[in-house]
Design a protein around this ligand. Sequence first.
Ligand code: KIV
Ligand code: ZN
Length: 385
Amino acid sequence: MRKINIFDTTLRDGEQSAGVNLNLQEKLEIARQLERLRVDIIEAGFPAASKGDFQAVKQIAETVKTCSVTGLSRLVQSDIDTAWEALKGGAEPRLHLFIATSPIHMIHKLRMTPEQVIETAVESVKYAKRYFPIVQWSAEDACRSELPFLAKIITEVIKAGATVINIPDTVGYITPKEYGNIFTFLRNNVPNIEKVSLSAHCHDDLGMAVVNSLAAIEHGATQVEGTINGIGERAGNAALEEIAVALYIRKDYYQAETRLNLQEIKRTSNLVSKLTGMVIPPNKAVVGKNAFAHESGIHQDGVLKEKTTYEIISPELVGVQSNSMVLGKHSGRHALRNRVEELGYTLSDEEINQLFVRFKELADKKKDITDDDLVALIFEEKFDH
Ligand code: KIV
Ligand code: ZN
């Protein structure tokens, strides 16, 4: 099994979600929970961005003991100095440097030539190495960059001392096959690439962030970056809980593992949702309210006989207490009897049959039948005759 490092950027890229602003206490609470979840790396913020970010990164670095803490930095000496001041008290300080490498970004945003970008990247990595043993270098908008240029700049930053190379799909543009091919190309064309860790960082603009991250793992990435619940800039980042659970459930296929304590997933997801105010869609994989809810009679009957008929993830694995049988118009007799017994009532087969008729009549008028509805029906059935 290959070990995949989980790099959590909920507190940096995740906080870049429109409308989200976490205070120091909230960031600390999330960082402590990420430590319980056992992510490998916490990107705690962008120390040079504001005094608040600096304080948050510093306090998180000093608080968290069993994860490496990092902060984002532009290729500017003052940013790197500030990041060191914030991170130096941490258990395993590391720096995250980034600069754009695509023609679109170099021409229109940076207004720099490719040669200037290489020179600046190399100088900043060398400068950062004075302080940081671990330096991650990211090629922003890597997926719209020219591959020979990408290989060239990565060759130079590795020579300068970068230890992690990140290939962000900054605008969520790439497809899984193309993303995998970029990793293969770099592994075949960059000297000494096997000496560094290769990282995937995907955005979800086309809804492919998770599957792209998994494709990168298949093609040699040893680190994946993302956020809890997939929050982040625009359509968000890759949802880490989905990646980790996919690796676990399909370890036969991926042959890779993380060190996450999967049972902390639900708690982490709820905390991030509560503190950021970003609601989890009910149908969201792994952590959505409906992820372990069964509504149709055929499914309910199958699950009541043997859970694995329709459940590939057991709810307990990710810290959800149990699955649920939602009683609605698609539900069957088996689920109805089950719920009646859970509520403490014993009905004969004949009574269940009559209750089932009334239950269906009500379910046609009402989306979900609550326990109160059911008790009312039972009382009508048993005592109103
Ligand atoms: O999406 C991106 O390119 C980033 C970089 C700063 C790594 O978040
Ligand atoms: Zn990003």
